[in-house]
Write a protein that binds this ligand. Structure first.
Ligand code: C2E
Ligand code: MG
Ligand code: MG
Length: 396
């Protein structure tokens, strides 16, 4: 059997045992191997590997993220197709971990009882069959390591996009949007890093950075006489964790900010998430007085069912409906009924991505409450907002 094109990762916290496994793999002719000392490092490295990782050779008993959690992440994010477990644990426990891995759709090639030998490795690797289903993950434009570095170097900032009321034209609030001032690549947009962050647990640190930045900016504007509601985006991947509500409330309290001034926009995430925790967090945030907005309404997550289960206060109509509605009667019907739905549920309706005056006119005629889009203003650095508001107020 020829292992030349097989991609492998060895996850083992014990340096010596890892080196032993690597040298056996080299003997067997495996050429594409990466190594990691714990689960978190392993996930990052698989995502950044220059070739597909087919098999994870995984110790179960590791500090930090243990082998069981690691396997769940591997499966949920479809990072590899096959695993070999290695462990000194009791057989009953190993059997249940194997069962769990299979239930997640992974192929378990087998378990190696320590010590690892070249023969044991050969036997199990020979069972590997290339999977028919391709893996979901392609090498991302940025690596989790880059994001971690960017966070440490304070390269993530917020831009703010104003929203205005259709009726009065008054400033209705601003939305904080993440930007990355990358040393080499320039200003990066969220599309190039949010998903990578969601897949690597860095979404926590990134979200915290955004919340802190936006809350601090709110205070800075207030000191210049501008008090306006602030919206921050929270992805489902972040909201699907325990105690997120406490963290956000704690932060607002620490900065002396009233939750009434803050709207949390729930954005969809491609990473599977625990919906029970999402519902719990959102309910608790709402009880504390935060506004809760359903972002990109009309796409993905924002189904009717979610609307009835989550205590939303605002509905943001996705740009695709706004753009399409002026020339496609079907989309106009959907737009109209979405707005009616929002109002019947007592939600404030915000239209995203208004670029043209006919879009403005249509949404206004349909009784939409708030407008956001390049037609009003593009996202801008925080310092620019008070001056923008002065100019805008003078013009209208
Ligand atoms: P979103 O929350 O729906 O934000 C609106 C997006 O539409 C922003 O893109 C904004 O710049 C863009 N936009 C606004 N008006 C117009 C317009 O008239 N025309 C066009 N073509 N675009 C317009 P951006 O900043 O690239 O953000 C994209 C998405 O990334 C956001 O969509 C949001 O889902 C996500 N995102 C941004 N910041 C964060 C963050 O801090 N955390 C999380 N989890 N997601 C974020
Ligand atoms: Mg948003
Ligand atoms: Mg949106």
């Amino acid at each position: 059997m020829d292992f030349h094109n097989l991609g492998l990762i060895v996850v083992e916290d014990h340096d010596f045992q890892r080196q032993v496994a690597l040298s056996f793999l080299a003997q067997l002719g495996v050429r594409q191997v990466i190594e990691a000392a714990d689960g978190r490092e392993a996930l990052d490295k698989i995502r950044g590997a220059p070739w597909p990782v087919d098999v994870a050779l995984c110790d179960l008993d590791m500090p930090g993220m243990d082998g069981v959690q690691f396997i769940r992440h591997l499966a949920e994010d479809q990072l590899v197709t096959s695993v070999i477990l290695q462990s000194g644990l009791e057989t009953q426990l190993i059997a249940s971990v194997e069962g769990m891995a299979r239930a997640h759709g992974l192929t378990v090639l087998g378990t190696i009882e320590k010590p690892v030998t070249a023969q044991k490795l050969y036997n199990l690797l020979s069972r590997y069959k290339p999977s028919a289903t391709p893996r979901k993950v392609q090498p991302p434009a940025v690596m989790p390591e880059d994001i971690r570095h960017g966070l440490a170097e304070n390269e993530f900032v917020a831009y703010y996009q104003p929203k205005v009321e259709f009726q009065t034209l008054k400033l209705a609030g601003v939305e904080a949007l993440a930007r990355w001032r990358h040393k080499e690549k320039g200003l990066l947009m969220p599309a190039s890093f949010i998903e990578v962050a969601e897949r690597s647990d860095l979404i926590d640190a990134l979200t915290m950075r955004m919340l802190e930045t936006a809350f601090a900016q709110h205070k800075a504007w207030a000191e210049r006489g501008l008090v306006t509601p602030m919206a921050v985006n929270l992805s489902l991947a972040y909201l699907g964790q325990t105690n997120v509500a406490d963290v956000i409330f704690g932060l607002a309290t620490r900065l002396g900010l009233s939750p009434k001034m803050i709207t949390l926009e729930v954005t969809e995430s491609l990473v599977t998430t625990n919906l029970t925790y999402v519902l719990e967090n959102l309910a608790r945030l709402r009880m504390r007085g935060f506004g809760i907005s359903i972002d990109d309404y009309g796409t993905g997550f924002s189904s009717m069912q979610q609307l009835s289960r989550i205590p939303f206060t605002e509905l943001k109509i996705d740009q695709s409906f706004v753009t399409g509605a002026t020339n496609r009667p079907n989309l106009r019907v959907i737009l109209e009924s979405s707005l009616q739905l929002a109002h019947k549920l007592g939600l404030r309706a915000v239209a995203e991505g208004i670029e043209k005056d006919e879009e403005w006119a249509l949404l206004k005629s349909l009784d939409c409450d708030v407008a956001q889009g390049y037609f009003i203003a593009r996202p801008m650095p925080g310092e620019a907002v008070p001056d923008w508001n002065t100019t805008w107020s003078a013009q209208k």
